[in-house]
Design a protein around this ligand. Structure first.
Ligand code: NAD
Length: 432
């Protein structure tokens, strides 16, 4: 099929590459000229494992352009994968979605289908259907489908090719048939429902994960108080299939472009209908507090941060991505700078973003050794493989004082102490 994707970001680009890989002809459109220029030069502007070879391998079926009108006119199916960032009040900014829909309504000259992959509040698809009916050419039928995306950054290609389900929110048989034709080569299970339910599935799924993370983080906090070990607790509860193992890693809280914004969007959606989502509020509140735990733990050992040299390992919100949106590391770096620390940051993928955000206020380091040399304290915010594999003795030899405060439970506390570290982690008794 001929498919045009609006938005060459994490979702749009990965979806485009995977659809091309399955034999479709795909054009990816973006308003960011620099991004499209780089893609046309063979440079993939985001870090996502497996994406670059997939794009290269499918270059015959995958094009990139800023000429949206031409690309929308050509397509049988248009997928909208533009950003939907949060507004200050927690609700969703839909400007990019409406801008794309406006261009689509103006451009298309034959019947087509528009699938909204962006995460949008319930009812947006219905509004979109009204909008294109009123603003599109007369005699041209544009079906609107909700097709929410569930990929995780860091494993996005695999998640797309082997998704546990594809959610289709459709309002006509034609739309259902076309979406099934589109996804047929993936041979994955479908959930077919109405548009509003599909939009709700996306929020309910993501926010459930946020709840799970905040729950395990609170249990970790109680473990610290009562002398239990969160790793053992998480394993013990995760083996129960009713609970499941995933998203039970205690840490400094969730970040990224999705869970924080989707939790606040769902909360404000319910609030706008007069309903207070108490569980979601609690998850957001716990997450905000959890973000600052490492600083409190470090203060126990070094007092305040004024004139201290602080190493920060990991800036991305999780390993396998260069994305720093809502990363707990960035919020902490900002606070450390404000409190007078000299901050040295290492990250294998996200340093460019750190440099752009903080400029000369931090030192960006190419290796872990460079970051920790002479440091009074080292914070771990992202469990990159290089951190997990790092020789614990090197902290002791390179740091001024070997205080390691680990927000991702990367090391065995006993091994850390045996290597001479003053080691703090989350929800584990050793070190207290
Ligand atoms: P992103 O910021 O990485 O990419 C969005 C892209 O859209 C940008 O390149 C931007 O320039 C482009 N864009 C903006 N307006 C445009 C327009 N009018 N026409 C064409 N392109 C335009 O965003 P993302 O992380 O890929 O997320 C996209 C959507 O998917 C969001 O709604 C997000 O909530 C949802 N989502 C994201 C993930 C994820 O892990 N990132 C997972 C599931 C769902």
């Amino acid at each position: 099929m001929k498919i045009t994707i609006a938005g060459a970001g994490y979702v749009g680009l990965v979806t485009a590459a995977c659809l091309a890989d399955k034999g479709h002809d795909v054009i990816c459109v973006d308003v960011n000229e620099e991004k499209i220029r780089r893609l046309n030069e063979g440079i993939v502007p985001i870090y996502e494992p497996g994406l670059e070879p997939l794009i290269q391998r499918n270059s015959a079926r995958l094009r990139f352009t800023t000429d949206d009108a031409e690309a929308y006119r050509w397509a049988e199916v248009i997928m909208v994968a533009v950003g939907t960032p949060p507004l200050p009040d927690g609700s969703v900014q839909l400007d990019a979605v409406w801008k794309a829909l406006g261009r689509i309504a103006m451009a298309v000259e034959r019947d087509c289908l528009v699938a909204i992959k962006s995460t949008v509040p319930v009812g947006t698809g219905d509004e979109a259907a009204r909008f294109v009916a009123e603003n599109g050419r007369s005699g041209v039928r544009i079906d609107i489908v909700s097709n929410p995306e569930f990929l995780s950054q860091g494993t996005a290609v695999r998640d797309t090719l082997q998704a546990p389900r594809i959610v289709l929110g459709v309002e006509s048989e034609r739309a259902e048939r076309m979406m099934k034709d589109l996804y047929a080569p993936f041979a994955l299970p479908y959930v077919v429902t109405d548009r509003r339910s599909a939009e709700m599935i996306k929020y309910a799924a993501n926010v459930f994960l946020a709840l799970k993370i905040s729950y395990i983080n609170e249990i970790a906090n109680v473990c610290e108080l009562v002398g239990a070990d969160i790793q053992a607790v998480a394993e013990g509860i995760g083996m129960d299939p009713r609970i499941g193992r995933r998203f039970l890693r205690a840490g400094v809280g969730y970040g990224g472009s999705c869970l924080p914004k989707d939790a606040s969007a769902l909360y404000s959606l319910a609030a706008s209908h007069g309903y207070s989502l108490k569980t979601v509020w609690a998850a957001m509140d716990v997450n905000e507090k959890q973000k600052w735990k490492l600083l409190d733990k470090a203060r126990l050992h070094i007092g305040d941060f004024r004139n201290r040299t602080v190493a920060v390992l990991g800036a991305a919100f999780k390993p396998g991505t260069d994305d720093v949106r809502e990363s707990p590391a960035l919020a902490n770096i900002e606070r450390l700078i404000a409190e007078g620390a000299a901050v040295r940051v290492w990250d294998p993928a996200a340093l460019e973003h750190v440099a752009r955000r903080f400029g000369d206020a931090v030192v960006c380091c190419q290796t872990i050794e460079e970051a920790i040399r002479g440091a009074d304290v080292c914070f771990i915010f992202t469990e990159w493989p290089a951190v997990l594999q790092f020789d614990l003795h090197r902290y002791k030899t390179l740091m001024k004082t070997p205080v390691v405060v680990d927000g991702r439970n990367c090391y065995d506390p006993k091994a850390a102490e045996a290597a001479g570290l003053i080691y703090e982690s989350i929800g584990r008794p050793v070190g207290h």
